[in-house]
Design a protein around this ligand. Structure first.
Ligand code: NAD
Ligand code: TYD
Length: 367
């Protein structure tokens, strides 16, 4: 039985990856390693928590001794590394915790894996260190077709991020992710560790912490609270439904070539203001309110510092090499997402009230 560690499995993307692996691979033992920060919530995994091939360990990835012992004692042969501090606005306020978890935590995992795998007779044979990163490491693209006339590669510009793009991070979050990517590549180039890196665009879907645009705004529309759109809402993001990302991770973990980087994206660029108006429309319809009744909640606020104008991913390498493409288009995905948050009010209340954190403190003690 293969033992695979998934870090950050209690977070937004992580829970979808854990669920997919636990259900699809009964012959793997999946260990979810998560510190349970504010963004980690085991309620996200209720449906698989009693599966015989699933275990949870509350571990801080920065704690090298504990991570190394886990690797050795559990004979871990693969790592899917998602644990991170992930919110740009928080990174602007507290860059240290981003450097700590995203850089030092990744290094602690890399070094633990290296020491354990190099001690084995077969060394790196059959091993895999898969690091999940972001398109934000590439910096910002320009918006050279503000009206989105739909010609060329993307609706808002010809240039898309490819795997060849230079790293040019602007926020402390993206700088910390860029740094961790460099360490992962260095472990491949220096020690021959089989590593894979993927850089993905903005994800959306169920179980996302309501500090990010989509769940925050759905909840605010429901509760008729203001929708704080940064700047003029002109920034463009490339949105990918989270289950499509999880399927890509599964495919790449099993079939990707060690040492390679793959971009993952939705081919789905949208201006923030258009995403916000779409959410207003759907929430109002599903709650039986008058059409666009809640558009007046839109409030333009001071722009985010260093706010990247446009991200757009060219995911054609992944399609050419491994045949991946997204299965859920934005219209379908955003409808599913809005419905999920409206149907799961208890989950949202538990998260926004902080009750889930008090529960973990009672179980595991204060952090
Ligand atoms: P998230 O913030 O929802 O979840 C992060 C998880 O990591 C949480 O469960 C948290 O408890 C855990 N964690 C944080 N610090 C830890 C530590 N020191 N030790 C152990 N666990 C720790 O994040 P997400 O949105 O699910 O993102 C997951 C990964 O995907 C991140 O690496 C992020 O950079 C990357 N990514 C995210 C997106 C996106 O749109 N959300 C897009 C591309 C890439
Ligand atoms: P976010 O969900 O934080 O993801 P990221 O910063 O990783 O792209 O933000 C998505 C976009 O929405 C980004 O351009 C910032 C914008 N935004 C707002 O306009 N208002 C908000 O309250 C938030 C959280 C984000």
């Amino acid at each position: 039985m293969k033992t695979i560690v998934i870090t950050g499995g209690a977070g937004f993307i992580g829970n979808h990856v854990v669920r997919l692996f636990v259900n699809k691979y009964p012959d793997y033992r999946i260990i979810n390693v998560d510190k349970l920060t504010y963004a980690g919530n085991l309620a996200n995994l209720k449906d698989v928590e009693h599966s015989p091939n699933y275990e949870f360990r509350r571990i801080d990835i920065c704690d090298f001794d504990t991570v190394y012992s886990l690797m050795r004692d559990e004979q871990v042969s693969g790592i899917v590394h998602l644990a991170a501090e992930s919110h740009v606005d928080r990174s602007i306020k507290d860059p240290f915790s981003f450097a700590q978890t995203n850089v030092m935590g990744t290094l602690s995992l890399l070094q633990s894996a290296r020491m354990y795998w190099e001690s084995l007779p077969e060394k790196y044979d059959g091993k895999n260190f898969y690091h999940i990163s972001t398109d934000e490491v590439y910096g910002a693209l320009i918006l050279n077709r503000p009206d989105g006339d739909g010609h060329g590669n993307g609706p808002y510009g010809d240039d898309l991020f490819t795997e060849e793009n230079k790293y040019m991070p602007h926020s402390p979050y993206s700088a910390s992710k860029a740094s961790s990517d460099h360490f992962v590549r260095a472990f491949h180039d220096t020690y021959g560790m089989p590593t894979i890196i993927t850089n993905c665009s903005n994800n959306y879907g169920p179980y996302q912490f309501p500090e990010k645009l989509i769940p925050l705004f759905i909840n605010n529309i429901r509760n008729r609270k203001p929708l704080p759109v940064y700047g003029k809402g002109e920034n463009v993001r490339d949105w990918l439904y989270v289950e499509d990302h999880a399927r890509a991770i599964d495919l790449i973990f099993h079939n990707g070539i060690p040492g390679e980087t793959y971009n993952i994206g939705g081919f789905n660029e949208k201006k923030n203001i258009d995403v916000v108006k779409t959410m207003v429309k759907i929430v109002d319809r599903l709650l039986g309110r008058a059409e666009n009744e809640d558009e007046n909640l839109i409030t333009f606020v001071t722009d985010r510092a260093g706010h990247d104008l446009r991200y757009a991913i060219d995911a054609s390498k992944l399609n050419r090499h491994l045949g991946w493409k997204p299965q859920v288009n934005f219209d379908e995905g955003i409808e599913l997402t809005v419905k999920w948050y409206l149907d799961n009010e208890e989950w949202m209340n538990n998260v926004t009230s902080g009750d889930y954190q008090r529960y973990y403190e009672s179980m595991y003690g204060k952090r």
